[in-house]
Design a protein around this ligand. Sequence first.
Ligand code: XMP
Length: 315
Amino acid sequence: MNDPKAFVTEAVARLRAEVPGPAIVAASGGIDSTTAALLAQRALGDRSHAIFVDTGLLRAGEVARVGELFRATGLTFETVEASARFLAALKGVRDPEEKRRRIGAAFIELFQEKATVRGTDRLVQGTIAPDWIESGGAQRDTIKTHHNVGGVPKSSRLVLVEPLRDLYKDEVRAVARELGIPAADRQPFPGPGLAVRVQGAIDAERLRRARVANAVVEEEIDRAVAAGEMPGPWQYFAVLLDAPTVGVTGDNRVHGDAVSVRVVESSDAMTATAASVPMSVLGRISRRITRELPAQVVRVLYDVTDKPPATIEWE
Ligand code: XMP
């Protein structure tokens, strides 16, 4: 894709051809799905119905932020609060691929219900090229199953409409800018949310720890970038590890969790390098996480691995 304006015109025409009646749109508030939702609204008008699911796996403040973003872009949308449903689907699941499958299935089930209500079978998604390439679409081995790929079981009536499926992230950002989406340079966030940032079993308490740690990393890196201490990275977050460890509070040894901080440079998420974050910034992150999660997180690590051999997320 060379020309975002021409892409928008073509995508709108393709959507009109592909979607004869109403459609529902899976809108997470990320760049990809917001771009897809706005293209669908532009193409279909009020035949397009965007749905934002509060999975309970979102970052701190995300529900309010997404609401503001959608209102600012003029996107009409419905919010569905479904955290109990997603937590139940993930109960006792430790395997990363199984987590993705369960989340994908819970999304599809919910969208199927919504589509039935609106009398349609079309589901517009913001799938982009790396999602399906890494899900095994163009190579032998599946690196990981992105929750929004291959999640529609054969038994489902839903027909996927994917206006961005040939684009890479930097191209989507150009299209988003063309559509006037503010903060089009926001860092990517995985569809399965904090579920892929909690290693091992997921429950409300472990999710809360991951949510607090992620918020600290975002705030401290944003602050360091604004203060000119480091260049703005591609992605920065925290992972709650499944590695209980010993810490000390006052005179007592305690068992707590360890958190790994990940900050990477990349241009398309297909490869990445670990960013050289100043030790002073990492120190602030470590002190804040352990202070805000006292005797809960007692150790903070920095992940220095590039992609490959690691992936950007831990799961
Ligand atoms: P990895 O971890 O595969 O991530 O190096 C590459 C980029 O994709 C994001 N990511 C996901 N996005 N569903 C998504 O929509 C997923 O299941 C998923 N897993 C990873 C990741 O945050 C990074 O930007």
